[in-house]
Design a protein around this ligand. Structure first.
Ligand SMILES: NC(=O)c1ccc[n+]([C@@H]2O[C@H](COP(=O)([O-])OP(=O)(O)OC[C@H]3O[C@@H](n4cnc5c(N)ncnc54)[C@H](O)[C@@H]3O)[C@@H](O)[C@H]2O)c1
Length: 246
């Protein structure tokens, strides 16, 4: 796969899946703008992404910061060809114990974050008739639900529906919008789940193991590349067979 001369914006690039995606895109030749709220994680990741990459410490809940990020990326790299919305977070607990503040944060980061970032970049992309590929990282929880992740699942289900609807709207512009749904994947986020939840999830996976961030990145690379030029509005699970949705 050759992404030389392509520019990719990747959120959540300081850790786990987003980091693996940023590395995969950089290895394929893309110049990566790595975005995250975690500045230290970005500093650790930057050397692996090569000299063409830039890092951007941004809170994706902050609309003004997203606009500033968009301007900065375009000034340094030009318009992006690939946008990957991978930043997200989760907190496992029964729905009836959730606080309103948790719901607000889940929606702000996992749902509104990708919406705001996508909209910010689409304005100049559409104005300049530029082609781009958008890949959203949702979750199998958004396809089939997940115990203890009720509102998280709702944000991911929303992201899946957003992906499909935006794909329809952007198809006349030859812009692809697709979604990758990781199943349980070996990242710092997964490590925060209670041990019983973790072992139960692994037992439920037909492959009987966690996915790796690099395996999720492989699916993203497909959607970011020319190999998926005629693929849009699709949802691909990378979950060792955990879900098999028709
Ligand atoms: N690990 C799993 O099992 C799993 C399963 C399904 C889906 N996912 C999804 O994959 C994506 C990546 O998850 P991960 O497991 O790599 O988690 P992670 O915690 O390792 O990485 C998430 C990154 O998002 C960043 N982030 C969080 N809030 C942010 C904000 N407001 N602004 C900017 N950056 C922010 C974090 O700093 C972190 O670097 C998430 O969207 C997650 O929901 C993960």
């Amino acid at each position: 796969m050759d992404l030389t001369h392509k520019v990719a914006v990747v959120t959540g690039a300081a850790s786990g899946i987003g980091r693996a995606i940023a590395i995969g895109l950089a290895e394929a030749g893309a110049r990566v703008a790595a975005v995250d709220i975690n500045g230290d994680g970005l500093i650790d990741t930057a050397p692996i992404l090569g000299p063409g990459a830039t890092t951007h410490k941004v809170d994706l809940c902050d609309q003004q910061a997203i606009s500033a990020l968009r301007d900065e990326v375009i000034t340094v790299h030009g318009l992006p060809h690939v946008i990957v919305n991978a930043a997200g977070f989760d907190q496992v607990e029964p729905f009836m114990q959730n606080s309103d503040a948790l719901w607000e944060s889940l929606v702000a980061v996992n749902f509104l974050g990708p919406i705001r970032l996508t909209r910010a970049f689409l304005e100049p992309i559409l104005a300049q008739h530029h082609r781009a590929k958008i890949v959203n990282i949702a979750s199998d929880a958004g396809r089939v639900g997940s115990l203890g992740e009720t509102v998280y699942s709702g944000t991911k289900g929303g992201l899946i529906a957003f992906t499909k609807s935006l794909a329809r709207e952007l198809a006349p512009h030859q812009i692809n919008v697709n979604c990758v749904c990781p199943g349980p994947t070996d990242t710092p986020l997964f490590a925060t789940l209670p041990p019983k939840v973790r072992s139960g999830l692994i037992r439920a996976i037909p492959f009987r193991r966690l996915g790796t961030p690099a395996e999720v990145a492989d699916a993203v690379l497909f959607f970011a590349s020319d190999y998926s030029d005629f693929v849009t509005g699709q949802v691909l699970s990378v979950s060792g067979g955990l879900t098999m949705v028709g």
